[in-house]
Design a binder for this molecule. Structure first.
Ligand code: UD1
Length: 419
């Protein structure tokens, strides 16, 4: 069991470099399956979800070399089409690989994906869309087999702008016959990043980053070198870390425009924010103001920063409200925050919380239940009086690169233990 041990009460001050985006890296690594030529990706974060994805790529037959944040992949000898169940269950984004495998090999075998325990997280939208592209699905002993002779472009309408389903459709339709159109597509910056990477390989994708995406099938892709976008959720987490500890932080190598809604909220609670090219500086106020947040698909407030802002608002003056509109079970971590003295009430069928700011947060032993909920406990530990132990930190390692090292460099007292 891995835990973070934090002695709270230290201001976070200084500068960190934003790592590459987890949610972009995962679908971009999947493009290596589609493209039989060597591909080189830069700014790939060193996190456990990337390690899991690379393990699957290796099992399928890819050759992979890694030097720091640069990963070179060749899928020239790709032979296998089955994602091993144990690896599939390690993170939800593994479902994205299905679109890439079937896109290249016309066949894929997989099981239901795993990932953070923040709601039901079905994959019905993925399956419905892939079926509409002419891919047949059969289920045998807990395994799902999908296969087709030809993937045919089609007009697809998503019931909900699912990030993963949009990515899966893009990946599976790159070599399709004809044109694929997605209406109500997800507009997240990571979708645009995936499309930019594929376009650099020679794919024909139009409208990524809007609700209407058009993919014109091509016959081949070219070798590519591509740099993955910065992780907007990591940047948001560190900004909140400085805000909750009354510190001052500069985040470099970031993309401020991807964080517009988040920066707006940080200003609303009283932070002083300045932006220069690809840098964001935040100076925390003496006392944070309470606010209301409602999570929405991009460009709305990101659901992944909801747990992080919850921790921050436990120290605000007055009562804040957060409404969660993406996942139905994303407030489990609040019970752990309460063990540290936070005053949080879960209302409206578990979809909304009220957070009454308190003066004192006290260190305690708490458990991560999911990636972002775990990170919110780390932030609370940084702001707490005394010692906090965040257990089950494996969840956090899935998505944050060198979290403890970065926090140490900013003046936190944190260490990671494995026992
Ligand atoms: C991605 C992100 C995750 C982020 C989320 C929403 C990755 C690796 N993960 O997850 O960090 O929190 O977007 O911004 O990029 N849904 C269905 N059926 C489906 C697919 C989704 O009902 O087939 C529902 C989900 O249960 C959820 C909502 O749609 O309630 C949003 O899910 P989706 O946008 O697909 O999120 P992910 O791609 O899983």
């Amino acid at each position: 069991m891995i835990s973070y041990v934090i002695n709270g009460g230290k201001e976070l001050n200084g500068e960190i470099k934003n790592s590459g985006s987890k949610n972009s890296a995962l679908p971009i690594l999947a493009t290596a399956i589609l493209n039989p030529n060597p591909v080189v990706f830069y700014n790939v974060p060193d996190i456990d979800d990337v390690k899991t994805t690379l393990k699957i790529l290796k099992v399928l037959g890819c050759k992979i070399t890694r030097e720091c944040d640069k990963i070179t992949i060749s899928s020239f000898n790709l032979k296998k089409t089955e994602i091993p169940e144990e690896l599939m269950h390690r993170c939800r984004s593994t479902v994205i690989l299905v679109g890439a495998i079937v896109g290249r090999m016309k066949r894929a075998t997989f099981s239901f994906p795993g990932g953070c325990n923040i709601g039901a997280r079905p994959i019905n939208l993925h399956i419905k869309a892939l079926k509409e592209l002419g891919i047949r699905f059969t289920e045998k002993q807990n395994k799902i087999i999908c296969a087709t002779k030809t993937i045919r472009g089609a007009k697809l309408q998503l019931e909900f702008p699912s990030v993963g389903a949009t990515e899966n459709i893009i990946l599976s339709s790159i070599y399709a016959k004809g044109v694929t159109r997605i209406s109500n597509a997800a507009k997240e910056p990571e979708i645009k990043d995936l499309a930019n990477c594929l376009k650099k390989m020679g794919a024909k994708i139009y409208g990524a980053g809007t609700s209407n995406i058009k993919i014109v099938g091509v016959n081949k892709l070219n070798p590519v070198q591509y740099k993955i976008m910065p992780d907007r959720i990591e940047a948001g987490t560190f900004l909140c870390g400085a805000a909750i500890t009354h510190g001052k932080i500069r985040i470099t190598n970031t993309n401020p425009s991807d964080l517009s809604n988040v920066l707006y909220k940080l200003k609303e609670i009283g932070c002083d924010i300045s932006i220069k090219n690809n840098e964001i500086c935040l100076k925390a106020p003496k006392k944070i103001k309470s606010i209301s947040i409602s999570t929405e698909p991009y460009p709305g407030f990101p659901t992944d920063l909801e747990p992080i802002f919850t921790a921050l608002l436990t120290k605000a003056k007055g009562t804040s409200k957060i409404e969660e509109n993406i996942f139905e079970n994303r407030f489990e971590f609040c019970k752990e925050l309460s063990k540290m003295g936070a005053d949080i009430k879960i209302n409206k069928n578990g979809r909304e919380i009220s957070i009454k700011g308190v003066e004192k947060i006290s260190g305690n032993v708490v458990k991560s239940k999911d990636l972002r909920g775990g990170a919110s406990l780390v932030l609370e530990g940084l702001a707490a009086e005394g010692k906090t132990v965040v257990e089950d930190a494996e969840y956090i390692l899935r998505g944050y690169e060198k979290l403890d090292e970065k926090l140490l460099s900013l003046g936190a007292n944190i260490k990671i233990i494995n026992k």
